[in-house]
Every structure is written in structure tokens, then in C-alpha cells.
Design a protein around this ligand. Sequence first.
Ligand SMILES: [Zn+2]
Length: 306
Amino acid sequence: MADVVIPFVKDLRFEYGALESVSPGVRRVIAHNPSAFTYAGTGTYVVGHGEVAVIDPGPASPEHIDNLLRGLAERGEQVTHVLITHTHLDHSPGARLLVERTGASTYGFGPHGGGLRAQEGDDDKVEEGADLAFVPQIAVQDGDVIEGRGFALESVHTPGHCSNHLCFQLKDERVLFSGDHVMGWSTSVISPPDGDMTDYLQSLSKLLDRDDARYLPTHGPPIEDPRPLVGAFIAHRRAREAQILLGLARGPQRISELVPHMYASVSPLLYPAAARSVYAHVLHMLKDGRLATDEPFSLHAVYHLP
Ligand SMILES: [Zn+2]
């Protein structure tokens, strides 16, 4: 099956720890936490000048927060708002350090799992990478506008990668801070139960209905032409679904049997992560009736065509 070509953008120019301009109203400092999930590291954004908002303060790294505050102190600037796209360990734990040192208020959708529907999933595996400690001082919902001196940021609820995921639009520049929902260097990880493929696909479609000119994801470079990328991510997931249906056309199978066919070109070391992604698709396709199982649904159940 022909793979969808995703127009990735990966060329990131930066210096660790330096507060660098990315647009007239936005600066960024990247934390030194590179990994297979964070690319070069967490990009912490500063919005405005003088009194500023910080989006995704990153991991609980005193060094990173030092770098951020040093860059602002050099110009006599203060942090008044701390916004969180979602509660993963590379995004929200730095908020505690930043609030201790600035007294700024925190904004987010809610605590981890805050957007999760109660009955969802039988898979109670505790999610690695979740920040269970963060609770926003001010809970914001889809469409809420967070205003500071000289900036206004609109919240866009985009569950999928994480049930409490928010993007934020800087209205003046039509820039969308896209968190981990849409990144230029990689597809997003959708891992049940907090990760939800149905929500993710809806949240991608939601962005196609908007007119944002540019995305600034938390990891990787700015995305200057976002709509074709979002469209390709949707097509990529549809192609995965087609692969699952093709696999089940051979007969009932477990996810562990589907994965080696679907991910023939990747290292078997990545199969466990791939299985969670396929499981996210399977749950989505169970909901809309495109596949079925005769046992309680789980990562290990046998699935078949209806
Ligand atoms: Zn992240």
C-alpha cells in the first residue's frame, strides 16, 4: 500500500537556553531535553513584551527556568501568565518553578485526564509521561480568550494526543501554538486511554476549518504552511485504518499480529509503541462499527471484520 507523503518540516535553528525571536510578538527558549518524543527539546514560548505570557514552561528544570527568566530580566520584563497546552512531563511541570519565582497565574484545560470520558477504555495502564500534579489555577475551555497587557490568546480545545490538550491562537498574528497536536517533525503519539483517535481526527478537522496562518508547535520548527500538513496527517491515519481492514480481511487477528505487516519498515523495537497506536485506531473503528471483537476490547483481544 502506498504511504501518504507527509510534508514534514524539520529544519530547526536555535541555541539551547537562549531567548530568541520567532516573530514580532513571540520569543522562544528551548530546554535541553532532546529525545525521541521531544525532538531537540521543549520549545517554551514567550508572548508579548514587558508583561508576558509563557506557553509550556517545560520539564521541572531549574536550569531551563533560569535561562527563561534571565532572558526576560535583562530587559526588565515580567511573567504574568503561564499557559499549558497539556499535562505531559515535558510541558507542564516547569509551571510550578515558574510560579514560585514570578507569582504568575496558570491557565490550562484541567488536570491530567480532565477531558477523558469516564467509561472509556479497559486499559488502566498508568501512562508514562503524564504530569499528575499539575492543576491550573484558571481552567479555560474552548473559545475562552486569555488577555494580558498587549496580547490576547484564544484557547482551542484539541483533544486526541491528550484529553486536556489546548492550542492557543495569538489573534494579532494569526499564529496558533499547536502544542503536540500538530508538529512539523513528527506525527503525534495517540496512546489510549487518555489519547483518543476519534478525538484526534476531529481535532485535526477542527484546525482545517480555521484560518491560522502559521503554527508554532512545542517541539520543532514553525510550520509556515499548516493546512497541507494537517490534511496529510488525516490522510496518513486513514491509510492506517485501511491497512487494519486489509489485515483483518485475512481473518481475525490480534494487534500484535497486525503490527509487523503495518510497520514492516521500522525496527521491531518500536512495535510496542506502534501497537498502542494501532489500538487507538481499533478503538475508533470499534466505535463506528468497522470492526468487531467477541471479547472485552483490549490491547490483546482478537479483532475481526463485522
Ligand atoms: Zn511534548
